[in-house]
Design a protein around this ligand. Structure first.
Ligand code: NI
Length: 174
């Protein structure tokens, strides 16, 4: 089932999310909903707070090549455990900040540990777009958005546009 995606600014997008102790069927269903919501958007990553759930869960799939098999990843309690000194700049966007993009610099390679949907510990090295995406999604679990990396003026400009967009959407619904 698709879930509505919260739009910035929203206090729930600024919260530090709680770790997941026990992977219940409800949480697995939430992960499936998040993947469906992400693919439908379309996007390459989504974090639980973006659908209003303040738990440490992200989903991602950065396979972009036409015709390539999808690789949906579900990560509970994901953690960056090592990061390269070498950095990379990608133009980032966010499903909670539609149509706004900006260059963000992050470590080019990261090692991430997480728990999969069966509760098994996983560890993998991510590079390039995957590394950027997984860091962007983990940031969401700490209440951090990609615009928080921008200069204050640019961030305020984007936030003002978003406030306007939210008002317009609220009017459309009314
Ligand atoms: Ni995002």
């Amino acid at each position: 089932m698709k879930r509505p995606i919260l739009l910035h600014p929203d206090p729930r997008l600024k919260k530090v999310c709680a770790p997941v102790d026990d992977i219940t069927d409800d949480l697995r269903a939430l992960a499936d909903d998040m993947l469906e919501t992400m693919y439908d958007a379309p996007g390459i990553g989504l974090a639980a707070p973006q659908v209003g759930v303040l738990g440490r869960l992200i989903v991602l799939d950065c396979v972009k090549e036409e015709g390539a098999a999808p690789r949906p990843l579900v990560m509970f309690n994901p953690q960056v455990v090592a990061a390269s000194d070498e950095r990379n700049v990608y133009e980032e966007g966010c499903l909670s900040i539609p149509d706004q993009y900006a260059d963000v610099e992050r470590p080019r390679v990261v090692d991430v540990e997480w728990m999969d949907r069966d509760g098994n510990a996983q560890r993998e090295t991510f590079d390039g777009l995957w590394a950027t995406c997984v860091q962007h999604e983990i940031d969401h679990l700490d209440g951090k958005l990609f615009i928080d990396y921008l200069k204050p003026l640019r961030r305020q400009m984007i936030t003002r546009k978003m406030v306007k967009l939210k008002k317009e959407r609220a009017r459309e619904k009314a």
